[in-house]
Write a protein that binds this ligand. Structure first.
Ligand code: G3P
Length: 230
């Protein structure tokens, strides 16, 4: 059984060429190497069609990028939570900035994830939305100001108040929800700053996927976590 433990580095593969097909598997193997070498949990979030092959080959947590709150039946083109689970995912993003949902659909997706025992990571854009999401009882909330996504300008340095505000608001509503932050995270220093602000990890994409040496960057992230914990 693959373990999910905090602090965590969650790497979103999005639909980047560098993280599609064979490249997705290579990236996941690098993530596993970093996880084995440092003991820091590194999870990957590939595209749906890559979940099964990755989950079958690496011993790190694999998440889906989205699920639809549907049951078995006539829902052509939808993403069935059970399929994601059978493919080997342990959890799923819900409401990523690039795959937004209405509040009622976020609630329904969290409920379906819970039914099939998938960990819900709800993405939010600000403190207020994070507070609303906390009331829906997901396992994790990842706050990501959309204007910083893909910019290389780290939320943990450019908008620290969004991170601390989210941690405070979420914990007040539901102390058992884990808070992560994301957007623009590109260096170990950015990750250390995120942990110091009270999060239990980061959600990151381009800083790793687009890096010349993704292994090196993931290692830097994991070592920054170990250093800040000492
Ligand atoms: O899901 C993580 C993502 O939206 C953040 O993107 O490229 O700024 O790390 P990036």
């Amino acid at each position: 059984m693959v373990k999910v433990k905090m602090p965590i580095i969650l790497v979103n593969f999005k639909t980047y060429a560098e993280a599609t097909g064979e490249n997705a598997l290579k990236l996941a193997e690098m993530a596993e190497k970093v996880s084995d070498e440092t003991g820091v949990c590194v999870g990957v979030i590939p595209q749906y069609v890559d979940i099964a092959i990755i989950a079958g080959k690496v011993n790190i947590p694999v998440f889906a990028q989205h699920i639809d709150p549907i049951p078995y039946g006539s829902f052509t083109g939808h993403v069935l939570p059970e399929s994601v689970k059978y493919a080997g995912a342990v959890g799923t993003l819900i409401n990523h900035s690039e795959r937004r949902l209405k509040l009622a659909d976020i609630d329904a997706a969290i409920t379906r994830a819970r039914e099939v025992k998938l960990i819900s990571v709800v993405c939010t854009n600000n403190t207020l939305v994070s507070a609303s999401a906390a009331a829906l009882k997901p396992e994790m909330i990842a706050v990501e100001p959309p204007e910083l996504i893909g910019t290389g300008v780290p939320v943990s340095k450019a908008r620290p108040e969004v991170v601390t505000g989210t941690v405070e608001a979420v914990k007040k509503i539901n102390p058992s929800v884990t808070v992560l932050c994301g957007a623009g995270i590109s260096s170990g220093d950015d990750v250390a700053a995120a942990i110091r602000l009270g999060t239990e990890g980061v959600l990151v994409a381009s800083g790793i996927v687009k890096a010349r040496d993704p292994y090196k960057v993931m290692l830097e992230f994991a070592e920054a976590i170990l250093k800040v914990q000492r």
